[in-house]
Every structure is written in structure tokens, then in C-alpha cells.
Design a protein around this ligand. Sequence first.
Ligand code: FES
Ligand code: FES
Length: 163
Amino acid sequence: MTVTITVNGADHSLDIDPATPLLYVLRDDLELNGAKYGCGLGQCGACTVHIDGKPAFSCLTPIGAVAGRRIRTVEGLGSAEAPGLLQQAFEKEQAAQCGYCIAGMLMRAQALLDRNPDPDEVQIRAHMQTNLCRCGTHMRILRAIRRAVAMRKGVHSAQEVRP
Ligand code: FES
Ligand code: FES
């Protein structure tokens, strides 16, 4: 069957089994390799993308369920040449170790900042708890999110982004 999806503002029509996971389509058909396959079970968040502005596990989302909906991937946040604010903050805090979880972390965090530009520490931690980092860089990831909040407010001192 033909399924049309909108990813990072571009429409794509695919002749595909509607049960195919969105993650496979992004990576194998559209060559958007930011989202990662971690568990395939909705337990790690490495595959997180936005569907209509909400974070979702693309490993569990059949492509047929997202026809006509807005999908945003980490590639839609910025590029190596022009990183988005959250990406800049992750880089400043050296949040990545192996980097496998980072696209999912960025998309999860971006969904929070899109709906609440000034979350407190409790809100950040509650929102991020679905995403796991096997390297254990959670504290740096949390610092990076706080830094992005501070950068948006025009506060740049590392001291000021600590909770
Ligand atoms: S790969 Fe989707 S939640 Fe782990
Ligand atoms: S940086 Fe390696 S899994 Fe998070």
C-alpha cells in the first residue's frame, strides 16, 4: 500500500507494508539515521522522534499509523554546521559518550522545551526518565538541558545552569 508521511517538513510517498516500524522507514528508506535501534521494545528511547509535536518511540510505531501526520527527527533540529540550541548545549556539556542514545535524548528534551521553555529540575527529570543512557551520562545530559534553558534566557555562565 502507498503511505505518505511528512518528515521534517518534506512529504514522502512509500509503497510499503503499513505494519513496518517508522524507525525502519526513517533509517532504511529515507536515510535519516539519527534515530537509533536500541531495544525495539519501547524501553530505551534511542528511537525517539516527534509525531505531531509529541515524543514517540518510532520502533513501536507502524508507518500506517502516521500517514498524514507531522514527524520530526533529530535531523530537523539542526545540522553539524548550524546546530540547534539544544544541540549546542549538549556539545558544550560534552553530554555524549558513545552517542548512541543522544538523538533520542535530544528529541525527548526538545519536546519538553517546546511545550515548557522554562522547566524546573523536577519537571526535566520526570520528562526524561523514559530515555536511558547505557554509558551513564545522565547527569551531563541533565546539565545540557539546563544549559539550553539558560541559553534561551540569555544566561551563559556554567555556574548559573547548575540546579
Ligand atoms: S529502540 Fe525504541 S524504545 Fe528502544
Ligand atoms: S552516550 Fe552512550 S548510550 Fe548514552
